[in-house]
Design a protein around this ligand. Structure first.
Ligand code: ADP
Length: 484
């Protein structure tokens, strides 16, 4: 193994089903690689559909007792899980960097962010209220109660291996649901480590299952099950659409956090230095591999040249390398396919008149490393306008008027996050209301927090995670009509 943890029990190479650590019965496994070196870190089981089915049945059984606990009992167990994540933060961060590639400082940040969802929903567990409705006639009383949906599935991506799991497991378990979670193939180890800590915290056997395996085996097993009443998915729009079709046969509830194509608008009246810092924070986080990374940067013509120059200067100083090396702020891309997409986008932008101010090519370290890149004179006919690049490439478009900027920003089927910088209060409200996205960040390049609702409109998804909305997604509403 190429990763050595202080708490050795956190590195698991088995799936977690019904409180047991299991192999696939046919011993089928796949390898988990370190994207910075290509080295094999571990192997994990490729479970069969039958084994996923076993997890689903175990969850169904465990869910009854879990839901029957008081909210306070569930809350205390979740709280302990949160504390254990902090106690094991260094190990979790190192494990995450090793399988995912992000710089250690970012991995530490993600562990804290991931734990914050468990803390928040341990608190929200105790604030699930029903209501009493004034009766239309006095021979009856009307009530609304909230109940857990039951067994839920979770399918999570590789870019936030811890936070995307806890953002689903936290509210699900708080509400009294049981979960069968499938981590991304590239990054199962962080999820399995969280399973270890959940069990240690007292989450009962079967309440949280982590099933590793091929998406086209595990996915259909979850989607086809009539026991699984809801699936929460974070990943690509293409897979989200597929899951939505598959959910039809059992009329499953869905939460979908899909792709974005985030606009980042800088108006003439903005604080230019703050806007440059905002782009740095939004665009290059996780080497450009987040669904809320600025994808299209629109800068008003009056400040276009000074803005692009300042940004390119800063970007050219970013240190690229393995996430475990000192001072590194840009890690490798997750795999070769990701690198190919970035290369394709840059080549297309150059062919259509884009001016590379810094970067623009694969990095000398080889592997899946790419140079942090800024491209000026970007235009809407380029692929970078249409599609999420998911890499460290900032294309900068020029605009003249506010209306033009908003129209360009909305000219996409996606609507997850938007950003803009302005100091004009009336413009701030106009633009915030006009932008078609679930999240608008004004004068800030970062916004994620467990206390606020995260989610998209249009083809970016359904439902919200975090905030007081987060737990609603795992509750059913029951209307009780009581005749007297
Ligand atoms: P990305 O392109 O960023 O890897 P994906 O949507 O392919 O995004 O992956 C997100 C998650 O969806 C991963 O856990 C992946 O294994 C899973 N996934 C991919 N294809 C399917 C599928 N056909 N059914 C269910 N899950 C899938």
């Amino acid at each position: 193994n190429t990763v050595v943890l202080k708490n050795r029990g956190l590195l698991r190479q088995q799936a977690f089903v019904n409180g047991q650590w299991i192999d696939a019965s046919n011993k089928d496994t796949y390898e988990v690689l370190n994207p910075a070196t290509g080295a094999v870190i571990a192997t994990v089981p490729s479970l069969s559909a039958d084994e996923v089915e076993l997890a689903i049945h175990g969850a169904a059984k465990a869910q009854k007792d879990w839901a029957a606990k008081t909210a306070q009992e569930r809350s205390r167990i979740l709280r302990r899980w949160f504390e254990l994540m902090h106690e094991n933060a260094e190990d979790l961060a190192l494990l995450m960097t090793t399988e995912q590639g992000k710089p250690l400082a970012e991995a530490r940040g993600e562990v804290a962010y991931a734990a914050s969802f468990i803390e928040w929903f341990s608190e929200e567990a105790r604030r699930v209220y029903g209501r009493i409705i004034p009766q239309p006639s006095n021979d009856r009383r009307l009530m609304v109660m909230k109940q857990p949906i039951g067994v839920v599935g979770a399918i999570t991506p590789w870019n936030f291996p811890a936070a995307m799991l806890t953002r689903k497991a936290g509210p699900a378990l708080a509400a009294g649901c049981a979960m069968v979670a499938k981590p991304a193939e590239d990054t199962p180890l962080t999820a399995l480590a969280l399973g270890v800590l959940a069990a240690e915290a007292g989450v009962p056997d079967g309440v949280l299952n982590i099933v590793t395996g091929k998406p086209d085996v595990v996915g259909p097993a979850l989607m086809g099950s009539s026991i699984v009443r809801k699936v929460s998915f974070t990943g690509s729009t293409a897979v989200g659409k597929l899951l939505m079709r598959q959910a039809a046969d059992t009329v499953k509830k869905l939460s979908l956090e899909l792709g974005g194509n985030a606009p980042f608008i800088v108006f003439d009246d903005a604080d230019v230095d703050a806007a440059v810092d905002g782009v740095m924070a939004s665009k290059y986080r996780n080497t450009g591999q987040t669904c809320v990374c600025a994808n299209r940067i629109f800068v008003q013509s009056g400040i276009y040249d000074s803005f692009t120059q300042k940004l390119a200067e800063k970007v050219s100083t970013m240190k690229v390398g393995a996430g475990t090396e000192d001072g590194v702020v840009q890690g490798p891309l997750i795999n070769k396919a990701a690198l190919e997409k970035v290369k394709r986008h840059v080549a297309d932008a150059k062919a259509k008149g884009g001016r590379v101010l810094t970067g623009g090519d694969v990095h000398e370290r080889g592997g899946s490393f790419f140079q942090p890149t800024v491209i000026a004179d970007a235009t809407p006919d380029m692929q970078v306008f249409v599609e999420e690049t998911f890499g460290p490439v900032a294309p900068i478009f020029r605009f003249e008027t506010e209306d033009e900027a908003v129209a360009l920003a909305n000219d996409t089927p996606f609507g997850l996050a938007s950003y803009f910088f302005s100091r004009d209060l009336a413009r701030i409200f106009r633009a915030a209301e006009a932008l078609e996205s679930g999240i608008v960040a004004v004068n800030s390049g970062v916004f994620s927090t467990e206390v606020a609702p995260f989610g998209g409109v249009k083809e970016s998804g359904l439902g919200r995670e975090g905030g007081q909305e987060g737990i609603e997604e795992y509750l059913e509403t029951k209307f009780l009509c009581l005749g007297l």
